[in-house]
Ligand binder design. Sequence first.
Ligand code: UD1
Length: 435
Amino acid sequence: MEKYVIHGGQPLHGQVEISGAKNAAVAIIPAALMVRGVCRLENLPEISDTDTLLRIMTFLGARVTMINRSTVELDCTHVQMDTLPSQMWDMTRRIRASYYLIGAMLGRFGRARSTMPGGCNFGVRPIDQHIKGLTALGADVRTSGGFINASAAGGRLKGGSVYLDKVSVGATINIMIAAATAEGRTVIENVAREPHIVDLANFLNSMGADVRGAGTDVIKIRGVKSLHGGTYALIPDQIEAGTFMAAVAAAGGSVKVANVIPKHLDCISTKLREMNVEVEDGDDYVLVRRDGPLHPTNVKTKPYPGFPTDMQPQMTVLLCSAPGVSVMTEGVWNGGRFKYVAELKKMGANIEVDDQSAFIQGVDRLTGATVRACDLRAGAAMVIAGLAAQGVTKVEDVVFIERGYQDIVGKLRALGADIACVDEPEERPAEESAG
Ligand code: UD1
């Protein structure tokens, strides 16, 4: 069982290059299914979620050619499958973004069948808004027995209007992909505005689509007959950048976080400054420095441009070391997304969770312990806690972290962190690890 072993207390110094955005990649790879021609994707992150999706695309009949570590050519011209075969179910159940294959297959073939998606467990993750949107485009969508079946009346989707009752990244993306080649005009209101929504729109447009308004709360799409090949470079990962910023703030030191779009980090930078962390914006980098004590603050997660829910655990770790009381409120996921707090408590954190909020009383210093990565971002938060803690921290279940962070261990080591990935047996009590 691979785990990360961290000897805490080393400040971070130097420069880290941020990889391409995971959540853009996992939308754009399935969207390439809509394209008859070669899509060359650049700045793709080397993470297990993109690897899984590329394997699924290969299985569906796409020609996938790795040009280098961050560039891939995807040719879906001859893909004919509108059903995810059973050999793929294990993979589609593992990742959230597999549901974008439904929008893409439906848009391309007028039919789609796949498993319900997987992904991080934040409690209930409904897909009613996806269904509402695809239905507005004329699809008959049914879910049963863990599968999604969808078909377009007459074999081709038709443009339509949909108002999302909940701002949903996934539903916005799925409907955008499906509508790109639907007949006529689609209007989606109350959409998500995350940077990767804009990235997907730019990708689709560079392949011949007509998508307008991405980044605002209304997206208008004029369906085109077909999409053609082209080259597209993905944006840098907002959350990976934020994670490294939080790591510097937690461990202390001074780091240039490079290959970022500072505007995408505004909300994170502002909160860090409130906490007595220096953040200086460059053209495509931010300089982060912390040498004084952290100050407490309150944070509430919201859809973009609000504070990202995917930075919530990392920020909570930071607040653990800020003397005084801070409150972290989860405003996106019902159920709080606070499972990782139990792990942080093993490191001496003083946190009480009540419904959607965590009340954090800062402690002098966290202490090393063996903890689990409960999910992708919670796992990154445990790494940050380990960097700040006194003593040795072992983070288990790192497969979750590797779903979304390219070489996190190598990048942190290059900044001076004492972290290694080792293969050791689990340390959980027998009854917990059984089965
Ligand atoms: C995406 C991100 C995830 C991030 C989340 C919010 C990917 C692969 N994952 O997840 O990391 O935490 O955005 O920024 O991009 N909802 C409904 N009905 C729906 C869909 C969503 O009620 O049909 C609710 C959810 O329960 C949640 C909220 O809407 O409370 C936001 O979910 P959504 O934006 O859809 O998240 P994902 O796209 O699944």
